[in-house]
Design a protein around this ligand. Sequence first.
Ligand SMILES: [Cu+2]
Length: 472
Amino acid sequence: MPQHRFISCPNPRTFWWLALAVLPALAQAQTPAQVGSWSSLMTWPISATHTSLLPDGKVMFIGEYEQGALPPRRWDPSTGALTTFPYVGYNIFCSGHSFLSNGKLFYSGGHIAVDVGRTNTSSFDFNTSSWTQGPTMNAGRWYPSNTTLNNGDVVIVSGEMNGPGDINLIPQRYIAATNTLRTLTSASMNVPFYPKNFLAPNGKVFYAGSLRRSMWLDPTGNGAWSNGPNSNYGTRSYGPAVYIDGKVYLIGGSQPPTETVEVLDLNAATPTWQYVAPMSIRRRQHNAVLLPDATIAVFGGSSGSGFNDSNFPVNYVEVYNPATNSWTSMASAATYRGYHSTAVLLPDGRVLSAGGYMDTTAQVFSPPYLFKGARPTIASAPTTSLPGAQFTITTPDAANISRVSLIALNSTTHTFDMNQRFLTLAFTRGAGSLNVTAPPNRNVAPPGYYQLFIVNNAGVPSVGKRLRIPPP
Ligand SMILES: [Cu+2]
């Protein structure tokens, strides 16, 4: 009977409608213009566990554990060439690092054993590929954070001395001009390792986690801490924090992990943490990278409950747009990126995602904006600008430019980029040029090297151009 056949078999008309509705959507969602695309997987000699974009556009990375006592590697994103830098002379794994105003990369601490830190400091000069030993710290630091201040000095906070939980309580300020340290003797505080610290618009250092409580460190004189607001979720171990235009975002982390995201506006009269749209999935041990179009791209991590739970890898990228408070899921990486993985923005707008525990591979993500038509070009731009100054970018694409972005050079490890900063620059359009206003002061833009991007109406960025904010 025809009716009986109709019930026992799929209705061909329904099936056809489903196919019409679903298949084109699926096919569309797979295009690089929607989800980006990944390069093939590269295998490197060491894990990219401490990874920095140098002012010359090359990537410097240092490996985990005993690899920290091997020469750092240099990767050229434009040619793929892999070479070695000189060895600093001690195991620099588990150090903190941020850039000085002259482009040297300042490292604090290092690895004697797990939870046992070194007292060394060093600076790496990308111009000469050479190291300079810095002053010896008050005690060892394993997992300290460096934060570059408004005059180009660096404040060093936390790190373990001689065992688990044995925190170096006293922050120290590296005085760049004299290559010496000042110990902030009145700022003793038990701050868990690799604190998520940011130079705030008021010139103080804002501690955003991983503890629930946030705090302020005044790095002048002998130093002083004051209380900030509690976050909503609570402790967020091994989750990134990022800085966009004076707003700090906390993204996932904790154990078991959370998908929640919070934001705090450092410019508010009374800053408080507010939930924003959560990620599509819980993540811990992931990385977050600020893209030229003012979005936040999240890479890797685990949704499982273990410390570095590779049984529950989250390999797809997802991107947060603060303007729309929404997340978009994108293409999946070839492999798990968890504990000891890193990610950095490259000058060409791609993102290097690399390393991990016992993982020496690397892969490069091309965001969707690289598949959305011709890129705007910067014909000329200054190489330096004082804070608050006006400068001119010449570009044949001026009429279609909707954004000018200034992004600090990434220097990242253990889910936290100590040198990251995204700044939206105000501008007006001229004929074939943009008149741009530099960041107002060095609290907003600490001195050093940045990448300058212009972005068109389709969200497509130029290639980044180096711009330096000089020290006072
Ligand atoms: Cu580690």
